[in-house]
Write a protein of this length. Structure first.
Length: 400
């Protein structure tokens, strides 16, 4: 009679001196190229312990043999046991950060922000009584029940929807998972209505971009509301009209939502219908923003440029920077004297300074006097704790 198989030894890794330094500084990733030794092959989602050159504990994280990001760090510093109490405290820390941020008029926000909250490759967004759990690594599949238990204990009765990064969708099939899967509760027709500072919006949690809505621009939307009174507003790359609704509530004289997607513009119309108290004239135009801005003769008092990422890889950085400059130049040409330009970027490969300088250069080349009102980056529920997580930036300029 055969005995029980021997328990597997703990997965132990050693990394390059540079990676050791990065881990001690709090960086949450270990790349495949930084690995120097490991005691055996690891499986996706296995906890890997990293030791330094003196055989001292350095960090522990999720091992992912199918990704260049071989380890995503959960804990760094003194040794720790990742037991039930540790996981519960880890989740509560993310919730505590958000406790003072939102009042009863907001039930749409980021609950867990990946690496920056110590949950590498995992994001949770709340839309009213629905949570959207988005995974960026297959290493979380084996921990999914644990994560669901933690969420259900803190958000009792909420539905939970799974969204997946495209690069792991094939791996998810083998685990019996798929993008848009409802893991808990019911989500009728995939659309959830939530509130942001009292405004109602719909989120397509099953099929929509990101997790169903662009929650990361909330603070800039609030700033637009404060700038909009009496102005004619152009919201370019409007998607489902987030900036448009805030401008309308801020007292804009008229608002134009411009987007290439008819689906997005229809969502903007539905969002206005969800807020019948908004009386501002709202027009939608389906067109390529670059072409429309270059050809139109219409002018505005507030122009919002919030395009999708223009640099999805490092090789596209220079071209994207030029494109941001051209967009800003075309937007400025559509502004009346005293008008305000809000130009935003979500391209992680273009740094904040590169982006801001491209917009400033466009303003200088316009030959019109201008002043800079402010620059902004991440909202507090989307905080970025390491350089690679920093993607969102915006700049506000006013023509004098």
């Amino acid at each position: 009679m055969q005995g029980a198989p021997a328990p597997r030894s703990r997965l132990r890794l050693r990394v390059s001196p540079a990676a050791e330094s990065h881990l001690r500084a709090g960086h949450p990733w270990v790349y495949e190229s930084s690995l120097r030794a490991q005691n055996r092959e690891g499986e996706a989602g296995e906890l890997a312990v990293i030791y330094d050159r003196r055989d001292r504990f350095l960090a522990i994280g999720l091992y992912d043999p199918g990704s260049p990001l071989r380890v995503r760090v959960l804990h760094q510093g003194l040794p720790a046991t990742l037991d039930d109490a540790w996981w519960a405290a880890h989740m509560d820390a993310a919730l505590t950060r958000r406790a003072p941020l939102f009042g009863p008029d907001t039930d749409g926000y980021r609950v867990v922000n990946g690496e920056s909250d110590g949950w590498p490759g995992l994001v949770v967004d709340r839309y009213a009584h629905t949570l959207v759990l988005k995974l960026y690594t297959a290493a979380w599949f084996v921990h999914l029940e644990r994560v669901l238990g933690l969420l259900q204990a803190r958000f009792a009765g909420f539905a939970v929807v799974l969204r997946l990064s495209r690069n792991i969708e094939a791996l998810a099939v083998a685990a019996g998972l798929h993008d848009g899967q409802v893991l808990r509760g019911d989500v009728e027709e995939g659309t959830v209505v939530f509130h942001e500072t009292g405004l109602a919006f719909e989120a397509d949690v099953l099929r929509g971009q990101k997790t169903g809505f662009f929650l990361d621009q909330r603070e800039n939307r609030r700033r637009v509301e404060g700038l909009a009174r009496g102005r004619r507003v152009l919201n370019a790359f409007s998607f489902s009209g987030g900036f448009s609704l805030y401008a309308a509530r801020g007292g804009a004289r008229e608002v134009l939502s411009l987007d290439l997607s008819a689906h997005a513009l229809a969502s903007a119309e539905r969002n206005f219908a969800l807020n019948p108290a908004l009386r501002t004239s709202h027009e939608t135009v389906q067109a390529d923003v670059f072409e429309w801005l270059a050809q139109t003769r219409r002018t505005f008092d507030l122009v919002i440029l919030d395009p999708p990422s223009l640099a999805r890889r490092e090789q596209e950085r220079a071209g994207a920077t030029r494109a941001y400059g051209k967009l800003a130049a075309d937007g400025l040409r559509r502004l009346e004297r005293g008008g305000v330009l809000l130009s935003a970027s979500c391209s992680a490969h273009v740094s904040a300074e590169e982006f801001w300088n491209a917009v400033r250069d466009a303003a200088d080349r316009s030959g019109r006097p201008w002043r800079e009102l402010r620059t902004t980056q991440h909202a507090p529920d989307h905080h970025a704790s390491f350089p690679e997580a920093q993607y969102l930036k915006a700049i506000y300029l006013q023509l004098e």
